[in-house]
Design a protein around this ligand. Structure first.
Ligand code: PEP
Length: 249
């Protein structure tokens, strides 16, 4: 049985006062939802503050991305070991905004995934097609390419702890959500591709849905067989809506 995960991607949003009000409320909800892993991914400067406010054993912190490099002259970068050192259990990799604005590629993301796993972090690797690719009937081939790179680069590594987030780019921050049926179809496809590569991965790799999940649509999405939880952007910024999403899973 795969444990469900609800992960908050705060992107470039946070303040001390937001953390002060958000964390006690979400920590209490986490304690009441012991069968779900809850992950908060704030901007780097707030990781420590968020971490200090965690009491529930199923509430964790994670980075929003990380460097390919371990240390040295890489201004502005943060390594996997540093994330571990400040208490992170998770790291989001390959978010479409990182692919778009910071030139993350299938190869760099796969390499980061291996580095993260070796450092003891659980990577939440985002994959997803653009609207154009969906319209051109290239959604599955895009996913196959992105997943294929991960599986190829990770072939010598234990991937059982991997988390995949299926995030159709056209649904991120747009208010437009994939229907539960569309999302389930893609999640089933992802699971089938994982199984083809290594049979045991189908039962261990958790596949999250991301893209305009909110308290109104969460329950129907999470009721789908192959959806193991969600990666939440906008609706993770208020404790109230985030807690409702946790309850929905
Ligand atoms: C995201 O950016 O990972 C995301 C899912 O955002 P939103 O929920 O705002 O669409």
């Amino acid at each position: 049985m795969r444990r469900s995960i609800i992960a908050a991607n705060w992107k470039l949003n946070a303040s001390r006062s937001m953390v002060d009000t958000f964390m006690p409320a979400v920590d209490a909800q986490a304690s009441a939802s012991g069968n779900t892993d809850i992950v908060i991914c704030p901007p780097y400067p707030y990781l420590d503050l968020v971490g200090q406010k965690v009491q529930a054993s199923n509430l964790h912190i994670g980075g929003q991305t990380m460097s390919l490099e371990k240390e040295g002259a890489f201004t502005g970068e943060v390594s996997a070991d540093m994330l571990r050192d400040v208490g992170c259990r998770y790291v989001i990799l390959g978010h479409s905004e990182q692919r778009r604005y910071h030139a993350d590629s299938d190869i760099s993301i796969g390499t980061k995934m291996v580095t993260a796993l070796r450092a003891g972090l659980t990577p939440i690797v985002c994959i997803g097609e653009s609207l154009q690719q969906r319209k051109e009937d290239k959604a599955e081939s895009t996913i196959m390419r992105q997943l294929g790179a991960l599986l190829a680069l990770g072939r010598w590594v234990d991937l059982s702890d991997l988390v995949i987030a299926y995030e159709p780019i056209w649904a991120i921050g747009t208010g437009e959500t994939a229907s539960p049926e569309q999302a389930q179809a893609m999640h089933a496809y992802i699971r089938a591709e994982l199984t083809k590569s290594r049979a045991q991965l189908a039962d261990t790799v958790r596949v999250l849905y991301g893209g305009s999940v909110n308290p109104d649509n969460a329950a129907k999405l999470f009721a789908q067989t192959d959806i193991d939880g969600g990666l939440i952007g906008g609706a993770s910024l208020q404790a109230d809506s985030f807690n409702q999403i946790i309850t929905a899973v």
